[in-house]
Design a protein around this ligand. Structure first.
Ligand code: ATP
Ligand code: MG
Length: 138
């Protein structure tokens, strides 16, 4: 059993895609063990994406992620990290596989609807960034 952090990004929430994303998560057999809606401020978005601090798109990315409400979820299951990234598709929606969330819904390399942790250590950091242990069901 593995856990990963999923986010429906502000573009996904404002476009009414929360339900579509959750439908795919549940359809794939991943369990949602925590969920909340939140509107990050700029500093919180910068802390969340701190690994990308030096990247040229950091300013735009953190402005976008703090531009409106997002939905954060903890997903659990066997190989949850890889399975959730498979459902999301590649960062650049033009390169994402057919049938993935980003291929179907993303409009832009930045506004790509969803986030997913990329490894066990980043998953642990990202889950702890938004949820305490009382907010995650067993
Ligand atoms: P995420 O971490 O959001 O799940 P990812 O792991 O597929 O996405 P990362 O390389 O971690 O991709 O980039 C984090 C986010 O930064 C991307 O999802 C996207 O919103 C934005 N991003 C990545 N590359 C670019 C780029 N070249 N130009 C603009 N924004 C970008
Ligand atoms: Mg990433």
């Amino acid at each position: 059993m593995e856990r990963t952090l999923a986010i429906v990004k502000p573009d996904g929430v404002s476009r009414g895609l929360i339900g579509d994303v959750i439908k795919r998560i549940e359809g794939r057999g991943l369990k949602i063990v925590a969920a909340k809606m939140l509107h990050m401020n700029r500093a919180q978005a910068e802390g969340f994406y701190a690994v990308h601090r030096e990247r040229p798109f950091f300013g735009d990315l953190t402005a976008f992620m703090s531009s409106g409400p997002a939905v954060a979820m903890v997903l659990a299951g066997e190989n949850a990290i890889a399975r959730w990234r498979e459902l999301m598709g590649a960062t650049d929606y033009r390169k994402a596989a057919e049938g993935t969330i980003r291929r179907e819904f993303a409009t832009d390399i930045e506004k790509n609807v969803v986030h997913g942790s990329d490894a066990p250590d980043t998953a642990a950091f990202e889950i702890g960034y938004f949820f305490n242990r009382f907010e995650i069901v067993a």
